[in-house]
Every structure is written in C-alpha cells, then in structure tokens.
Write a protein that binds this ligand. Structure first.
Ligand SMILES: [Zn+2]
Length: 93
C-alpha cells in the first residue's frame, strides 16, 4: 500500500474550484495522484440529472480518444486535481 496516496483524502479541482472528498477515477477506480504538483483530470458532466464524473489522466486520454462527435466532446473538459493534505494546499502559506 502506498503510504503517500493513503494520506490524500481531498482534491481541489482547480477550474471548478471544487473540493472532492475521497475522490477516485470513475473508470478505473484508482485514486488521483498524490504528487503535490497535482495531475490532470477529466470531468464529464451528464446533463440528464446533472451528474458529474471524474476521471484520472490516463482514463481521460482513453475516453478522449474514443469520442466521436463534437456533441459528445462538449460534455468532457480537462481540469486539474491538486491533492489537499489535511485540508490545505501543500506548501502554501
Ligand atoms: Zn482512471
């Protein structure tokens, strides 16, 4: 078990200015990165019911490669997920 990733509970989704708790990828179930630099994340919004799904960079790339129409593509946006440790951004004061 990776001790670093187990310490990360919350992620800041930068452009949506939203905090995810216990976030994991909707496709592979993997946690987002534990790196303080964060990682790209793909966000899919399904308008029926307004549900939002988050995908890790790898799965996002995979999904992006399979989208066949602009209509489908506009439901998916790239964002950035930054791990929050103890509820704070790392190394900021
Ligand atoms: Zn994934």
């Amino acid at each position: 078990m990776d001790q670093n990733s187990s310490q990360v509970k919350d992620y800041l989704i930068v452009n949506r200015v939203q905090v995810l708790s216990d976030a994991c990828c909707s496709a592979c179930g993997g946690a987002f990165t534990a790196s303080p630099m964060g990682d790209k994340a793909m966000i899919a919004t399904v308008e029926e019911g307004g549900r939002t799904f988050f995908f890790c960079g790898g799965c996002g790339d995979n999904i992006n490669g399979r989208l066949e129409s602009d209509e489908a593509r506009r439901h998916y946006v790239w964002d950035w997920a930054i791990p929050l440790r103890n509820g704070h951004l790392p190394q900021q004061s």
